[in-house]
Design a protein around this ligand. Structure first.
Ligand SMILES: NC(=O)c1ccc[n+]([C@@H]2O[C@H](COP(=O)([O-])OP(=O)(O)OC[C@H]3O[C@@H](n4cnc5c(N)ncnc54)[C@H](O)[C@@H]3O)[C@@H](O)[C@H]2O)c1
Length: 372
Protein backbone atom coordinates (compact mmCIF):
# COMPACT_ATOMS: atom_id res chain seq x y z
CA UNK A 1 0.00 0.00 0.00
CA UNK A 2 1.29 3.48 -0.81
CA UNK A 3 -0.32 6.57 0.65
CA UNK A 4 -1.07 9.54 -1.61
CA UNK A 5 -0.04 12.91 -0.17
CA UNK A 6 -1.87 16.16 -0.94
CA UNK A 7 -0.11 19.37 0.15
CA UNK A 8 -1.95 22.71 0.32
CA UNK A 9 0.38 25.74 0.60
CA UNK A 10 4.06 25.98 -0.26
CA UNK A 11 5.27 28.85 1.94
CA UNK A 12 7.53 28.66 5.00
CA UNK A 13 5.99 25.56 6.50
CA UNK A 14 4.59 24.05 3.29
CA UNK A 15 8.14 23.48 2.14
CA UNK A 16 8.97 21.87 5.51
CA UNK A 17 6.02 19.46 5.02
CA UNK A 18 7.15 18.65 1.47
CA UNK A 19 10.70 17.87 2.63
CA UNK A 20 9.41 15.84 5.58
CA UNK A 21 7.16 13.76 3.32
CA UNK A 22 10.07 13.13 0.98
CA UNK A 23 12.41 11.82 3.67
CA UNK A 24 10.34 10.37 6.56
CA UNK A 25 10.43 6.77 5.35
CA UNK A 26 14.05 6.97 4.21
CA UNK A 27 15.13 8.23 7.65
CA UNK A 28 12.96 6.09 9.90
CA UNK A 29 12.35 2.89 7.93
CA UNK A 30 9.38 0.64 8.77
CA UNK A 31 6.81 3.10 7.40
CA UNK A 32 4.38 2.78 4.49
CA UNK A 33 5.70 4.35 1.27
CA UNK A 34 4.16 7.64 0.15
CA UNK A 35 3.40 9.11 -3.28
CA UNK A 36 3.69 12.89 -3.60
CA UNK A 37 0.40 12.99 -5.45
CA UNK A 38 -1.10 16.48 -5.65
CA UNK A 39 0.05 19.96 -4.65
CA UNK A 40 -2.15 23.05 -4.33
CA UNK A 41 -1.17 26.71 -4.24
CA UNK A 42 -2.24 30.00 -5.80
CA UNK A 43 -1.89 30.91 -8.61
CA UNK A 44 -1.81 27.73 -10.67
CA UNK A 45 1.58 28.42 -12.29
CA UNK A 46 3.14 28.69 -8.80
CA UNK A 47 1.46 25.38 -7.89
CA UNK A 48 2.96 23.78 -11.01
CA UNK A 49 6.43 25.20 -10.35
CA UNK A 50 6.43 24.08 -6.70
CA UNK A 51 5.07 20.62 -7.61
CA UNK A 52 8.00 20.29 -10.00
CA UNK A 53 10.49 21.51 -7.36
CA UNK A 54 9.17 19.26 -4.56
CA UNK A 55 8.54 16.23 -6.78
CA UNK A 56 4.71 16.12 -6.70
CA UNK A 57 3.05 14.42 -9.71
CA UNK A 58 0.21 16.91 -10.21
CA UNK A 59 -0.73 20.49 -9.33
CA UNK A 60 -3.95 22.46 -8.83
CA UNK A 61 -5.04 25.90 -7.65
CA UNK A 62 -8.27 24.49 -6.17
CA UNK A 63 -7.94 23.04 -2.66
CA UNK A 64 -11.47 21.59 -2.92
CA UNK A 65 -10.33 19.50 -5.87
CA UNK A 66 -7.34 18.32 -3.83
CA UNK A 67 -9.35 17.14 -0.81
CA UNK A 68 -11.83 15.33 -3.11
CA UNK A 69 -9.12 13.68 -5.21
CA UNK A 70 -9.26 9.85 -5.02
CA UNK A 71 -5.45 9.66 -5.27
CA UNK A 72 -5.00 11.62 -2.02
CA UNK A 73 -5.06 9.77 1.33
CA UNK A 74 -3.41 12.36 3.62
CA UNK A 75 -3.85 16.15 3.39
CA UNK A 76 -1.17 18.55 4.66
CA UNK A 77 -2.73 21.93 5.47
CA UNK A 78 -0.09 24.67 5.47
CA UNK A 79 -2.21 27.66 4.43
CA UNK A 80 -2.79 30.76 6.59
CA UNK A 81 -4.82 30.05 9.76
CA UNK A 82 -8.13 31.32 8.34
CA UNK A 83 -8.38 28.36 5.96
CA UNK A 84 -7.50 25.58 8.42
CA UNK A 85 -11.04 24.82 9.62
CA UNK A 86 -12.73 24.80 6.22
CA UNK A 87 -10.06 22.66 4.58
CA UNK A 88 -9.73 20.25 7.54
CA UNK A 89 -13.49 19.67 7.75
CA UNK A 90 -13.75 19.11 3.99
CA UNK A 91 -10.79 16.71 4.00
CA UNK A 92 -12.13 14.69 6.96
CA UNK A 93 -15.59 14.54 5.34
CA UNK A 94 -13.91 13.19 2.18
CA UNK A 95 -12.31 10.41 4.25
CA UNK A 96 -8.75 11.79 4.30
CA UNK A 97 -6.28 11.83 7.18
CA UNK A 98 -5.19 15.38 8.08
CA UNK A 99 -1.91 16.99 9.13
CA UNK A 100 -2.80 20.60 9.95
CA UNK A 101 -0.52 23.41 10.96
CA UNK A 102 -0.93 25.22 14.25
CA UNK A 103 -2.82 27.15 15.49
CA UNK A 104 -5.88 25.01 14.78
CA UNK A 105 -8.11 27.89 13.72
CA UNK A 106 -9.09 31.52 14.16
CA UNK A 107 -11.43 31.07 17.11
CA UNK A 108 -12.00 28.57 19.90
CA UNK A 109 -15.42 27.74 18.42
CA UNK A 110 -13.73 26.86 15.10
CA UNK A 111 -11.22 24.62 16.90
CA UNK A 112 -14.06 22.89 18.76
CA UNK A 113 -15.85 22.24 15.48
CA UNK A 114 -12.65 20.76 14.02
CA UNK A 115 -12.20 18.43 17.01
CA UNK A 116 -15.83 17.28 16.62
CA UNK A 117 -15.35 16.69 12.89
CA UNK A 118 -12.20 14.65 13.62
CA UNK A 119 -14.00 12.53 16.23
CA UNK A 120 -16.90 11.89 13.81
CA UNK A 121 -14.56 10.91 10.97
CA UNK A 122 -12.46 8.35 12.82
CA UNK A 123 -9.50 9.52 10.67
CA UNK A 124 -6.00 10.28 11.94
CA UNK A 125 -5.35 13.95 12.68
CA UNK A 126 -2.13 15.65 13.74
CA UNK A 127 -1.26 19.27 14.50
CA UNK A 128 2.10 20.79 13.57
CA UNK A 129 3.70 21.09 17.00
CA UNK A 130 7.14 20.12 15.67
CA UNK A 131 9.12 21.24 18.76
CA UNK A 132 7.56 18.34 20.71
CA UNK A 133 9.53 15.98 18.42
CA UNK A 134 12.98 17.23 19.42
CA UNK A 135 14.95 14.28 20.92
CA UNK A 136 16.31 16.67 23.59
CA UNK A 137 12.77 17.71 24.54
CA UNK A 138 11.60 14.08 24.56
CA UNK A 139 14.47 13.36 26.95
CA UNK A 140 13.37 16.25 29.18
CA UNK A 141 9.89 14.68 29.28
CA UNK A 142 11.40 11.34 30.32
CA UNK A 143 13.55 12.95 33.03
CA UNK A 144 10.50 14.69 34.49
CA UNK A 145 8.33 11.53 34.29
CA UNK A 146 11.05 9.45 36.00
CA UNK A 147 11.26 11.95 38.87
CA UNK A 148 14.91 12.83 38.15
CA UNK A 149 14.34 16.44 39.28
CA UNK A 150 11.80 15.44 41.96
CA UNK A 151 8.32 16.91 41.90
CA UNK A 152 7.95 19.66 39.25
CA UNK A 153 6.92 22.79 41.16
CA UNK A 154 7.50 25.69 38.80
CA UNK A 155 7.55 26.15 35.01
CA UNK A 156 9.04 29.19 33.25
CA UNK A 157 8.76 29.65 29.51
CA UNK A 158 9.49 32.23 26.82
CA UNK A 159 8.78 32.22 23.11
CA UNK A 160 9.98 35.30 21.28
CA UNK A 161 10.78 36.40 17.76
CA UNK A 162 11.41 39.82 16.24
CA UNK A 163 9.57 39.50 12.91
CA UNK A 164 7.09 42.23 13.96
CA UNK A 165 9.49 44.42 15.95
CA UNK A 166 10.06 47.00 13.19
CA UNK A 167 7.18 49.55 13.27
CA UNK A 168 7.65 50.25 9.53
CA UNK A 169 7.13 46.67 8.38
CA UNK A 170 4.18 46.38 5.99
CA UNK A 171 0.86 45.03 7.24
CA UNK A 172 0.26 41.30 6.51
CA UNK A 173 -2.53 38.74 7.03
CA UNK A 174 -0.96 37.84 10.38
CA UNK A 175 -2.25 41.16 11.84
CA UNK A 176 -5.90 40.57 10.91
CA UNK A 177 -8.37 38.68 13.14
CA UNK A 178 -10.23 37.29 10.12
CA UNK A 179 -7.06 35.73 8.66
CA UNK A 180 -4.84 34.97 11.66
CA UNK A 181 -7.08 34.96 14.75
CA UNK A 182 -4.71 35.49 17.68
CA UNK A 183 -1.36 37.27 17.24
CA UNK A 184 1.79 36.18 19.10
CA UNK A 185 -0.27 33.63 21.06
CA UNK A 186 -1.50 31.82 17.95
CA UNK A 187 1.76 32.10 16.08
CA UNK A 188 4.30 31.43 18.85
CA UNK A 189 2.66 31.01 22.27
CA UNK A 190 0.83 27.83 21.28
CA UNK A 191 4.18 26.06 20.68
CA UNK A 192 5.30 26.89 24.23
CA UNK A 193 1.94 25.76 25.64
CA UNK A 194 2.28 22.43 23.79
CA UNK A 195 5.65 21.85 25.51
CA UNK A 196 4.42 23.06 28.89
CA UNK A 197 1.47 20.65 28.92
CA UNK A 198 3.74 17.66 28.17
CA UNK A 199 6.12 18.59 30.99
CA UNK A 200 3.70 19.86 33.65
CA UNK A 201 0.31 18.27 32.95
CA UNK A 202 -3.06 20.05 32.77
CA UNK A 203 -3.54 23.75 33.55
CA UNK A 204 -6.22 24.55 36.13
CA UNK A 205 -6.39 28.36 35.84
CA UNK A 206 -4.49 31.43 34.69
CA UNK A 207 -4.37 35.22 34.68
CA UNK A 208 -2.78 37.22 31.87
CA UNK A 209 -1.96 40.55 30.25
CA UNK A 210 -1.59 41.30 26.53
CA UNK A 211 -0.60 44.33 24.44
CA UNK A 212 -0.52 45.61 20.88
CA UNK A 213 2.76 47.52 20.50
CA UNK A 214 2.43 48.77 16.91
CA UNK A 215 -1.24 49.67 16.47
CA UNK A 216 -1.10 50.31 12.70
CA UNK A 217 1.21 49.23 9.87
CA UNK A 218 1.79 50.64 6.36
CA UNK A 219 -0.23 49.09 3.54
CA UNK A 220 1.07 48.60 -0.01
CA UNK A 221 -0.20 51.48 -2.16
CA UNK A 222 -0.41 53.93 0.76
CA UNK A 223 -2.15 54.41 4.08
CA UNK A 224 -2.02 52.28 7.20
CA UNK A 225 -4.13 49.36 8.50
CA UNK A 226 -4.92 48.38 12.07
CA UNK A 227 -3.08 45.57 13.85
CA UNK A 228 -5.99 43.61 15.33
CA UNK A 229 -4.18 41.06 17.49
CA UNK A 230 -1.61 41.00 20.31
CA UNK A 231 2.13 41.56 19.87
CA UNK A 232 2.91 40.28 23.38
CA UNK A 233 1.25 38.18 26.09
CA UNK A 234 2.28 37.23 29.62
CA UNK A 235 0.48 34.68 31.80
CA UNK A 236 0.73 33.30 35.32
CA UNK A 237 -0.63 29.77 35.61
CA UNK A 238 -1.68 27.18 38.18
CA UNK A 239 -1.43 23.54 37.14
CA UNK A 240 -3.81 20.80 38.31
CA UNK A 241 -0.81 19.32 40.18
CA UNK A 242 -0.59 22.49 42.30
CA UNK A 243 2.60 23.65 40.57
CA UNK A 244 2.91 27.25 39.27
CA UNK A 245 4.07 28.62 35.96
CA UNK A 246 4.77 31.83 34.11
CA UNK A 247 5.02 32.17 30.34
CA UNK A 248 5.61 35.10 28.01
CA UNK A 249 5.54 35.54 24.25
CA UNK A 250 6.42 38.39 21.90
CA UNK A 251 6.62 38.74 18.13
CA UNK A 252 8.30 42.13 18.59
CA UNK A 253 11.35 41.18 20.69
CA UNK A 254 14.38 42.63 18.89
CA UNK A 255 17.24 40.15 18.64
CA UNK A 256 15.18 37.06 19.39
CA UNK A 257 15.05 34.88 16.28
CA UNK A 258 13.44 31.70 17.56
CA UNK A 259 13.72 31.88 21.32
CA UNK A 260 11.66 28.99 22.64
CA UNK A 261 13.08 28.41 26.09
CA UNK A 262 11.75 26.69 29.18
CA UNK A 263 12.82 25.71 32.66
CA UNK A 264 11.20 23.03 34.82
CA UNK A 265 12.08 23.57 38.45
CA UNK A 266 11.73 20.46 40.62
CA UNK A 267 12.20 19.66 44.30
CA UNK A 268 15.51 17.88 43.53
CA UNK A 269 16.82 19.71 40.48
CA UNK A 270 15.98 21.55 37.30
CA UNK A 271 15.92 21.19 33.53
CA UNK A 272 16.55 24.08 31.14
CA UNK A 273 16.16 24.07 27.33
CA UNK A 274 16.71 26.73 24.65
CA UNK A 275 15.49 26.10 21.07
CA UNK A 276 18.28 28.21 19.56
CA UNK A 277 20.60 25.51 20.98
CA UNK A 278 18.15 22.73 20.18
CA UNK A 279 20.65 19.85 20.45
CA UNK A 280 21.36 20.51 24.14
CA UNK A 281 19.60 20.07 27.45
CA UNK A 282 20.79 21.52 30.77
CA UNK A 283 20.26 19.32 33.84
CA UNK A 284 20.98 20.20 37.46
CA UNK A 285 20.45 17.49 40.08
CA UNK A 286 21.07 18.22 43.74
CA UNK A 287 23.40 15.29 44.46
CA UNK A 288 27.14 14.67 44.97
CA UNK A 289 29.60 16.97 46.72
CA UNK A 290 28.70 20.66 46.94
CA UNK A 291 32.12 21.48 45.50
CA UNK A 292 31.03 19.85 42.21
CA UNK A 293 27.51 21.29 42.06
CA UNK A 294 26.56 22.68 38.66
CA UNK A 295 24.54 22.21 35.49
CA UNK A 296 25.39 19.33 33.17
CA UNK A 297 25.06 19.91 29.40
CA UNK A 298 23.53 16.84 27.77
CA UNK A 299 24.25 16.77 24.03
CA UNK A 300 21.65 15.01 21.84
CA UNK A 301 22.86 11.60 20.72
CA UNK A 302 21.57 8.17 19.62
CA UNK A 303 20.75 7.64 23.34
CA UNK A 304 17.87 10.08 22.70
CA UNK A 305 15.57 8.47 20.09
CA UNK A 306 14.96 9.07 17.27
CA UNK A 307 18.25 11.03 16.91
CA UNK A 308 20.05 7.82 15.88
CA UNK A 309 17.69 7.34 12.91
CA UNK A 310 19.26 10.46 11.35
CA UNK A 311 22.90 10.02 12.30
CA UNK A 312 24.64 7.28 14.32
CA UNK A 313 27.06 9.52 16.24
CA UNK A 314 26.55 12.07 19.05
CA UNK A 315 27.23 15.74 18.49
CA UNK A 316 26.26 15.78 14.82
CA UNK A 317 23.12 17.89 15.42
CA UNK A 318 19.58 17.83 14.07
CA UNK A 319 17.71 20.85 12.66
CA UNK A 320 14.21 22.28 12.26
CA UNK A 321 13.29 20.25 9.16
CA UNK A 322 14.33 17.06 10.98
CA UNK A 323 11.64 17.76 13.61
CA UNK A 324 9.06 17.95 10.82
CA UNK A 325 10.37 14.64 9.45
CA UNK A 326 9.84 12.97 12.83
CA UNK A 327 6.32 14.45 12.90
CA UNK A 328 5.50 13.07 9.43
CA UNK A 329 6.81 9.66 10.52
CA UNK A 330 4.58 9.69 13.62
CA UNK A 331 1.59 10.42 11.39
CA UNK A 332 2.44 7.64 8.93
CA UNK A 333 2.88 5.18 11.81
CA UNK A 334 -0.57 6.12 13.16
CA UNK A 335 -2.18 5.79 9.72
CA UNK A 336 -0.60 2.33 9.42
CA UNK A 337 -2.30 1.29 12.69
CA UNK A 338 0.52 2.15 15.11
CA UNK A 339 0.35 4.42 18.18
CA UNK A 340 -1.82 7.54 17.87
CA UNK A 341 -0.12 10.68 16.50
CA UNK A 342 -0.10 13.48 19.09
CA UNK A 343 -1.38 16.09 19.50
CA UNK A 344 -4.44 15.15 17.46
CA UNK A 345 -7.34 17.60 17.08
CA UNK A 346 -8.82 16.56 20.47
CA UNK A 347 -5.54 17.17 22.32
CA UNK A 348 -4.83 20.30 20.28
CA UNK A 349 -8.13 21.77 21.48
CA UNK A 350 -6.67 21.93 25.01
CA UNK A 351 -3.81 24.11 23.70
CA UNK A 352 -6.38 26.37 21.98
CA UNK A 353 -8.39 26.68 25.23
CA UNK A 354 -5.29 27.92 27.01
CA UNK A 355 -4.14 30.48 24.41
CA UNK A 356 -7.67 31.84 24.02
CA UNK A 357 -8.03 32.03 27.82
CA UNK A 358 -4.79 34.05 27.95
CA UNK A 359 -6.14 36.41 25.26
CA UNK A 360 -9.48 36.74 27.09
CA UNK A 361 -7.84 37.43 30.45
CA UNK A 362 -5.65 40.03 28.74
CA UNK A 363 -8.54 41.92 27.19
CA UNK A 364 -10.56 41.68 30.44
CA UNK A 365 -7.82 43.34 32.47
CA UNK A 366 -6.35 40.19 34.01
CA UNK A 367 -9.44 38.19 35.04
CA UNK A 368 -8.78 34.62 36.29
CA UNK A 369 -9.72 32.04 33.67
CA UNK A 370 -10.53 28.46 34.67
CA UNK A 371 -9.50 25.85 32.10
CA UNK A 372 -12.27 23.25 31.85
N1 LIG B 1 4.99 24.57 12.92
C1 LIG B 1 5.75 25.64 12.74
O1 LIG B 1 6.85 25.75 13.29
C2 LIG B 1 5.24 26.72 11.82
C3 LIG B 1 6.13 27.65 11.26
C4 LIG B 1 5.62 28.62 10.37
C5 LIG B 1 4.26 28.65 10.07
N2 LIG B 1 3.43 27.74 10.67
C6 LIG B 1 1.96 27.78 10.37
O2 LIG B 1 1.81 27.40 9.01
C7 LIG B 1 0.73 28.14 8.42
C8 LIG B 1 1.24 28.87 7.18
O3 LIG B 1 2.26 29.75 7.59
P1 LIG B 1 3.47 30.10 6.61
O4 LIG B 1 4.44 30.89 7.44
O5 LIG B 1 3.94 28.89 5.91
O6 LIG B 1 2.71 31.10 5.61
P2 LIG B 1 3.16 31.51 4.15
O7 LIG B 1 2.46 32.77 3.87
O8 LIG B 1 4.66 31.42 4.00
O9 LIG B 1 2.55 30.32 3.23
C9 LIG B 1 1.16 30.15 3.07
C10 LIG B 1 0.94 29.38 1.78
O10 LIG B 1 -0.47 29.12 1.62
C11 LIG B 1 -0.81 29.44 0.26
N3 LIG B 1 -2.23 29.73 0.17
C12 LIG B 1 -2.90 30.79 0.69
N4 LIG B 1 -4.20 30.72 0.37
C13 LIG B 1 -4.37 29.59 -0.39
C14 LIG B 1 -5.48 28.97 -1.01
N5 LIG B 1 -6.74 29.51 -0.96
N6 LIG B 1 -5.28 27.83 -1.70
C15 LIG B 1 -4.04 27.27 -1.78
N7 LIG B 1 -2.94 27.81 -1.18
C16 LIG B 1 -3.12 28.97 -0.50
C17 LIG B 1 0.10 30.61 -0.07
O11 LIG B 1 0.18 30.85 -1.47
C18 LIG B 1 1.41 30.12 0.53
O12 LIG B 1 2.09 29.22 -0.31
C19 LIG B 1 0.19 29.07 9.49
O13 LIG B 1 -0.92 28.45 10.07
C20 LIG B 1 1.34 29.16 10.50
O14 LIG B 1 0.90 29.40 11.83
C21 LIG B 1 3.89 26.78 11.51
Amino acid sequence: MTLGIGLIGTGFIGKAHALAWRQARAVMGGLPPVRLELLCDLPEDRARAMADQFGFSRATADWRALVADPGVDIVSITTPNGLHREIAEAALAAGKHVWCEKPMALTLADAEAMAEAAARSGKVTLLGYNYLRNPAVLHAERLVAEGRIGRPVHFRGWVDEDYQADPDLPWTWRARLADAGLGALGDLGCHLVSLMLRLMGPVESLIADTQVIHETRPVEGGGRAAVENEDTATAILRFASGAQGSIATSRSAWGRKNRLDFEVHGTKGMIAFAQERMNELQLYVNEGPTSEAGFKTILSSPAHPPFGSFVPAPGHQLGFIDLKTIEAADLLRAVAGGPPARPDFAEGLVIERIIHAIARSGTEGGTRQRIG
